[in-house]
Design a protein around this ligand. Sequence first.
Ligand code: MD3
Ligand code: FE
Length: 212
Amino acid sequence: MADLFGDGKPPREDLAAGAVLLRGRALPAAALLEAVETVTAAAPFRHMVTPGGFEMSVAMTNCGRAGWITDRRGYRYGATDPASGRPWPAMPAAFQALAEGAAAEAGYPGFVPDACLVNRYRPGARLSLHQDRDERDYAQPIVSVSLGLPATFQFGGSRRADSVRRIALDHGDVVVWGGASRLAFHGVLALREGTHPETGAARINLTFRRAL
Ligand code: MD3
Ligand code: FE
């Protein structure tokens, strides 16, 4: 059997209970990257501040009915961009279709995201180990889409001290995190230097959530 995918990696891999990696599921990525441009034209990337007072190395923005923010007061979802006072840009149709299709393929039919956090990593940017627990219903999965430069993602168990596993996430990879993996600790190691033909010196990650 020819390796139709071209890189020897299976297109679908169960990473852990409830977590499914769909390699290349977001390809071709041109329409998604166009939509990222549309979103960031209305709500530019910014480096938010944690409640502890540290500026995040990852630059973020949002689209959809709700957007995730952090500032000195804490983490939360809100309907408006604090930088502009306006609602977050609408979720592009190409985003919605990819998130719903990937979730259904992974075993979560009926997932309808109302929030998309858009993360931009430049070389050196990292995301330390955390859980995503600001959403209302943990029965809803999170769908993550990796674009541009490759990253080393780490994920562990539901306790911070649990051992972590590292996986390489490449341009076009989609991971659906649900079930027992929904509250897994996870993070991203410092992005290595490089340039990608479609994103330049950056990795873009989309995380689709049902926040409200
Ligand atoms: C596992 N983003 O935005 S995506 C985040 O690559 C975040 O930018 C990372 O963690 C990034 O919160 C990782 C993969 C991911 C996202 C959410 C998860 C993995 C997850 C939620 C639960 C378990
Ligand atoms: Fe996260």
